[in-house]
Design a protein around this ligand. Structure first.
Ligand code: SAM
Length: 162
């Protein structure tokens, strides 16, 4: 398990490095998994743990780097993301996991960033090199176009989304 994929009960506060947002060049409408306003995620609105982004309605173009919540804890977040149909999600690229095989084909596009993505701690320090890379999942044309143009890594369009 990677450093940022914590044990149940440990901190979820491993933040997406800003260079990813620079490369995506998008303004998101909502971050439903946020540490709070004034974070560097470029989103108009945020939902925090106290407000519970999983049980709220989502609007517009979403950025989602979900809390880990233990084994398969990200599945309900990914299911909600896919049902919403508009945005970009970042999760560990667990390409042999059942949830990956069930859910990734339902997305419109996938991008595997080149290199290991190091996450940022709340104090601004950078985490160690994780054991695996991440995948960015796109729903909708705005998200697919941003991944395609980002230059972050290998982009794959899903032709026959399930
Ligand atoms: C992996 S961090 C991602 C933070 C930020 N969105 C980013 O991309 O850098 C997950 C965040 O989700 C928050 N969180 C945990 N449970 C949540 C919930 N039920 N609803 C909304 N946010 C939650 C945590 O406090 C944490 O800040």
């Amino acid at each position: 398990m990677s450093e940022h994929e914590n044990c149940i009960g440990a901190s979820d506060d491993w933040y997406t490095p800003p260079f990813i947002f620079d490369a995506l060049a998008l303004k998101f409408d909502l971050d439903p998994c946020s540490p709070g306003a004034n974070h560097w995620v470029p989103a108009e609105q945020v939902i925090t743990a106290q407000e519970d982004g999983l049980s709220r309605d989502w609007n517009g173009l979403v950025w989602m780097n979900p809390p880990f919540g233990g084994r398969n804890g990200q599945v309900p977040w990914l299911e909600k993301f896919i049902a919403h149909g508009n945005g970009i999600a970042l999760v560990a690229a667990r390409t042999s996991a059942g949830w990956f095989h069930d859910l990734a084909p339902q997305c419109d596009g996938l991008l595997f960033p080149k290199g290991k993505t190091k996450f940022v701690r709340p104090d601004g320090s950078i985490g160690g090199s994780p054991g695996t890379g991440v995948v960015l999942l796109a729903m909708g044309e705005t998200a697919c176009s941003a991944l395609r143009a980002s230059g972050l890594g290998m982009y794959l369009e899903i032709q026959d989304a399930a």
